[in-house]
Write a protein of this length. Structure first.
Length: 312
């Protein structure tokens, strides 16, 4: 029965007390989204009863669409003995396969799990060379991707692997993915410009996470190795600091007069000396006794103060 005929007969049947659904025929769905590799009759037509589960065509690939023309739908309706006819030659149905996108981040997570047997990755990230990589998989696929054929170079951190996407069809997608394992270290960096000669305080520093390959040799990684040191050159905010760029603050300067202290449990002796070189706290420097001119080695204990282990 055509839609036009149904519209004419419906008021008459209702006036006779006959339910509307008694004359309702199959209704064409202009658009449908299917899950799985096949299209069923019920995906295209509503109100077809038990015949809804009849398979009528192969579904498009995940993320794709296909359109059925009026002529194709007419032939289908006749083959299935449906009381349906097109209203015009423009009647059609668009069917889309339900899918989801697997992006580079998800692929990297799967690769990280697969690479965990090759190298410890607690402090690392897996970076894929193609950051825009995206794969479309079927919504019903039980596993997004599988990883196989891994090759890994520990020296460079480079890897390659085959990534397969089971999409619910007989031809899954397979790609060769390359990338690098990037390791990170938490390091202290200045939060302000520290001028040469300034002593570095705890609140002058912040802990940041940086790639190991960008630290360079001699980078300071421990906060305690910077606090209390003085800058030998300007230290810029956010930049890593290297051991050669800091030093223990100079508290005794060359040619300055210092107090030489000898202290034991039973006595304390002092003498005057002249520093022969610069020294920071705890440094061992040469000092000349101003009375005897004898050169001794002493430990710097404070501004213009040194300590020796025996009388000079």
């Amino acid at each position: 029965m055509s839609r036009f005929a149904a519209l004419i007969l419906l008021p008459l049947l209702l006036s006779l007390g006959i339910p509307a659904d008694a004359v309702a025929g199959p209704v064409l769905k202009p658009a449908a989204t299917v899950t799985g590799p096949v299209i069923h009759l019920g995906d295209i037509f509503a109100d077809v009863g038990e015949r809804a589960s009849i398979e009528i065509a192969e579904a498009p690939p995940p993320g794709s669409k296909m359109t059925f023309s009026s002529a194709w739908l007419t032939a289908l309706a006749r083959s299935q003995h449906l009381a349906w006819e097109p209203t015009s030659g423009f009647d059609q149905v668009t069917v889309e396969r339900a899918s989801r996108v697997v992006g580079a981040d998800e692929i990297a997570d799967q690769l990280k799990q697969a690479l965990a047997d090759r190298a410890p990755l607690d402090d690392a990230e897996v970076r894929i060379d193609r950051g825009d990589l995206r794969l479309v998989v079927a919504a019903e696929a039980p596993t997004a991707i599988t990883v196989a054929g891994i090759s890994y170079d520990p020296a460079s951190g480079r890897f390659a692997a085959s990534v397969t996407t089971p999409d619910g069809t007989s031809v899954p997608q397979q790609l060769r993915v390359t990338g690098q394992i990037v390791r990170f270290t938490e390091v202290p960096t200045p939060v302000r410009l520290i001028a040469p000669g300034e002593t570095i305080a705890n609140n002058d520093l912040a802990i940041v996470r940086l790639r190991n390959d960008r630290l360079g040799p001699g980078a300071v990684t421990q906060l305690a190795d910077l606090v209390g040191k003085s800058a030998r050159r300007a230290l810029r905010p956010g930049e890593t600091v290297h051991y050669g760029e800091v030093e223990v603050p100079i508290v005794v300067h060359r040619n300055s007069i210092v107090t030489i202290v000898l202290e034991t449990p039973n006595m304390r002796l002092t003498a005057e000396g002249k520093a022969q070189e610069d020294g920071g706290m705890g440094a061992v420097i040469r000092v000349a006794n101003t009375r005897s001119s004898r050169i001794i080695e002493a430990v710097v204990t404070g501004p213009n103060s040194v300590r020796v282990g025996k009388p000079s």
